[in-house]
Design a protein around this ligand. Structure first.
Ligand code: NAD
Length: 376
């Protein structure tokens, strides 16, 4: 069996990495730069700080700050119209997964003809898009290092997963200082998202010799740093560890796959307006309990990497300890349970169960799970 491994051409990681933007744009030969961000990030003054030296150097700069959380096709098209109008030759995404994903979709729609919906699924984008620089401000999705974009088709009520090497950013500037402002709940949700990427990449049926060590390193970093980053927002060591973990989580899953947690979390997110990281975090312990028998050794390695299993315990015991450890982590991070968020006893939940199950299976992610589920 062969497998393909993609990363950005360059990743610059560490305090102040975002200040490398101008030299990197010059290296890419950019003249007309288009920033994609959201209203909060723009109001924080970050984009202004990044854009000022570019303008002073004579580059033409425009900013689209209209990305909404979990961006929609409509949202992408609004940005695309401004990007085209500006005549951009490089796109710079600043923000969490939402602005980075929206920017990826804009960059490829600039050079490809079909509506975005046509590219849903795997390897359907014919041409490379505009060069894209990703500057993450959350430590979660790892989108700065993935060949994936997730865009909501509001008409069909589906979060479309589009997977293609043409979606890989050209360059990622991973500056953990930009994540210091994340509030505790956001830190928790995106942090468990990262852990989910590491675990799913490692237990996936598509796991491979290149993705495995990166996935385990991601899991180890989250176990070391997430609680500290949540408790002490200005803990720089913890923030740096989580920024590295997020980037590694993205690199691992995009070259292996995600599995059942992600398959189920997209429909749950769209039906109940749950943020991506939160819906993954809610599902992770229960889906792990369901899946552990399909990859006992691998889950045991995850448990040992997280340090949640006493030395000498069997692989079977390690699997059970992992589920308990994940439940404990959610409790420590004050992550709510499904019943708190979605009213699982109410008819409204049961009315959408069948659609959620069908959409989860249609996404392809559950088929990579160690135990492949049925709709039931
Ligand atoms: P997000 O980008 O939706 O941001 C969530 C909120 O946090 C926003 O209000 C934003 O303004 C705010 N925020 C961002 N940075 C901040 C900071 N430093 N301080 C304070 N507030 C800040 O959140 P996300 O979890 O990073 O991204 C979620 C999106 O990414 C979802 O649409 C999900 O489907 C997608 N996703 C994509 C990939 C991929 O590989 N492309 C992987 C996982 C998830």
């Amino acid at each position: 069996m062969t497998y393909q491994f993609n990363t950005p051409q360059t990743i610059i990681h560490g305090a102040g990495a975002s200040r490398e933007l101008l030299p990197q744009l010059i290296r890419l030969g950019a003249n007309r730069v288009f920033f994609v961000t959201d209203a909060f990030i723009e109001q924080s003054g970050l984009v202004q700080r990044l854009a000022e030296p570019l303008r002073e150097a004579g580059l033409a700069v425009a900013v689209f700050s209209g990305v909404q959380p979990d961006p929609t096709v409509q949202n992408v098209l609004e940005g695309l119209a401004e990007l085209t109008n500006h005549g951009a030759d490089v796109v710079v995404a600043v923000g969490g997964g939402s602005p980075i994903d929206a920017a990826k979709a804009m960059a490829i729609l600039r050079t490809n003809e079909e509506p975005l919906q046509q590219y849903m699924g795997y390897h359907k984008i014919p041409k490379a898009g505009l060069p894209l620089i990703a500057i993450p401000t959350t430590a979660g999705t790892g989108s700065e290092a993935t060949k994936v974009t997730v865009i909501t088709d509001a008409e069909q009520q589906v979060k479309m997963m589009i997977f293609d090497a043409h979606l890989m950013p050209t360059l990622a500037l991973v500056d953990y200082e930009l994540t210091l402002s994340m509030p505790a709940a956001l830190t928790a949700h995106v942090g468990v998202d990262t852990l989910t990427h590491g675990i799913e990449a490692y237990v996936s049926r598509k796991a491979n010799g290149l993705s495995d060590p990166i996935a385990l390193s991601c899991i180890r970093l989250v176990s070391t740093h997430l609680l500290a980053a949540w408790q002490e927002p200005s803990n720089r060591v913890a923030r740096e560890g989580m920024a590295l973990a997020a980037c590694q989580g993205g690199m691992a899953f995009t070259n292996s796959s995600v599995c059942l947690v992600h398959g189920m979390s997209r429909p749950l997110g769209i039906q109940f307006h749950l943020a991506h990281g939160l819906s993954n975090a809610i599902l992770l312990p229960a889906v792990t309990r369901f899946s552990v028998s399909g990859a006992v050794e691998r889950y045991a390695t995850v448990a040992r990497t997280m340090g949640v299993v006493p030395e000498g315990d069997s692989d079977e015991a390690a699997g059970a300890a992992l589920v308990a450890g994940l439940e404990q982590l959610n409790q420590s991070l004050q992550i709510p349970r499904l019943r708190d968020c979605c009213g699982i006893e109410k008819p409204a939940f049961h009315r959408v169960l069948e659609k959620m199950a069908a959409d989860a299976l249609a996404s392809g992610s559950p088929q990579n799970n160690p135990v492949v589920p049925t709709a039931d």
